[in-house]
Design a protein around this ligand. Structure first.
Ligand code: ADE
Length: 242
């Protein structure tokens, strides 16, 4: 997969050189390119923004600069992503869809009050798939952190990026629709706390049942919305008793 990120702060994306995403890039599993939007400015001051028509506080990013940049970077079939707090919420299901179905993502990071609305309108009209997405109900200073989130969430689902694919199976927001159960490692006793006996029992069926019970309890306590959203038949009689 190829991912291009356009930003006025390329240094913000430096963490993508680390850890799994960095290794995926080095191994050629992910073709990641970070661009400085100011390279597409044409004035001495390298201006990317201006005051909003209609008045109001803050600055808006100019469509002409974004248009030159995106014309250069978009390829046929690319999916243009615009991080914005007013977008559709990005979820694990979105990450799976993009990891499985896309070959080129272009993430255009806005700053200030956002990007002139004609940019999304123009590329949609030109037949480009455009998704405005939010990473949650809070406001960041720009799209860079939201770009980091998408690159990491999508890249780890690409074939070969996570060494042991089994570790993707049981995690929170996975197929079961539940939060993950609590996990423990050595030592079996730490301070005054013991690892639950069942996990030391070697009894696989009991361990699986305990983990599902814990996942159900956690999800019901912390995210009742996820329980409500489970498919009919997702919970059996035992589950409902937990
Ligand atoms: N830009 C500013 N806030 C954002 C958010 N919550 N999600 C995505 N992009 C953003």
């Amino acid at each position: 997969m190829r991912i291009d990120v356009l930003t006025i702060f390329p240094a913000y994306l430096a963490p993508l050189e680390l850890s799994l995403v960095g290794k995926a890039h080095e191994a050629g599993l992910l073709d990641l390119r970070v661009h400085d939007l100011r390279e597409w400015t044409q004035d001495r001051h390298r201006t990317v923004d201006d005051t909003p028509f209609g008045g109001g506080a803050g600055m808006v990013m100019r469509p002409d600069v974004w248009g030159r940049a995106l014309d250069d970077v978009l390829t046929p079939g690319a999916h243009l992503l615009l991080p914005t707090p007013s977008g559709d919420v990005f979820t694990q299901a979105t990450a799976h869809a993009w990891a499985d179905e896309e070959s080129h993502l272009v993430i255009a990071c806005g700053r200030y009050e956002g990007i002139d609305a004609r940019v999304a309108e123009h590329y949609r009209a030109a037949g480009v798939r455009v998704s405005e997405y939010s990473i949650g109900d809070y406001v960041l200073n720009g799209g860079e952190v939201a770009a980091l989130v998408v690159v990491e969430a999508v890249a780890r689902l690409l074939p070969g990026v996570v060494g042991n694919p089994a570790s993707l199976v049981e995690e929170s927001h996975g197929e079961a629709g539940l939060l993950e159960y609590p996990v423990y490692t050595k030592p079996p006793q730490w301070r005054d706390l013991d690892v639950p006996d069942v996990l030391l029992s070697g009894h696989h069926a009991r361990i699986a049942r305990w983990r599902r019970d814990e996942a159900l309890r956690r999800t019901a306590a912390r995210r009742p919305d996820l329980i409500a959203a489970l498919a009919a038949g997702a919970l059996d009689a035992h589950d409902r008793a937990v």
